[in-house]
Write a protein that binds this ligand. Structure first.
Ligand code: RB5
Length: 173
């Protein structure tokens, strides 16, 4: 028997109830779940839960993870600050499918206050089951990881004369 994949999950207070439900749904589907909290629906700050989960995905300790907050926005802002994390807010199974096919979303973020419980499970299932399409989307994903600094250096490499004539300190872009 193979070891089940461990999927970390976390929420703030607004996503707590749905987190509990999705945790059970993941276990029923044979996944091991690492619950990064919270353990109650007492008010909490989403970033406190988003960062530990995103760190795990960023360093490859987990292949993918699930975050929940009221709108999904705060969780996605915090998670997407981590290298190699692509956190997608999905409010329908179709968005979750496209987030996998085109964007290789490795963190699913659910807007708990705006999706019904059953729909949330369908969104989760779509995200779990859909592979990344690769191809042209691979190149686009790679560009996400490229910082402004790296892009400037690359542009200067291809057009060194522009850099040579630029005024000192002037932004080439
Ligand atoms: C909490 O009230 C709410 O602001 C939070 O869950 C989330 O929606 C933030 O993005």
């Amino acid at each position: 028997m193979s070891t089940p994949e461990t999927i970390p999950i976390a929420s703030d207070h607004a996503g707590f109830a749905l987190k509990e439900r999705l945790k059970a749904a993941l276990e029923r589907r044979g996944y091991a779940v690492e619950d990064l909290g919270p353990t109650t629906d007492a008010a909490t700050d989403y970033a406190d839960q988003a960062h530990p989960l995103a760190e795990r995905v960023s360093r490859g300790a987990a292949a993918r993870g699930v975050l929940l907050c009221g709108t999904g926005l705060g969780m996605s802002y915090a998670a997407n600050r981590h290298a190699h994390v692509r956190a997608a807010v999905a409010w329908s199974p179709e968005i979750a499918t496209l987030a996998r096919q085109h964007n290789d979303a490795n963190v699913l973020v659910l807007p708990a206050r705006f999706v019904a419980d059953d729909e949330a499970e369908r969104i989760l299932d779509a995200w779990l089951a859909t592979p990344f399409e690769g191809g042209r989307h691979e190149r686009r994903i790679e560009k996400i990881e490229t910082s402004d600094d790296a892009r400037r250096a690359e542009a200067a490499r291809h057009a060194p004369h522009e850099q040579a004539t630029a005024e000192p300190g002037r932004d080439l872009e």
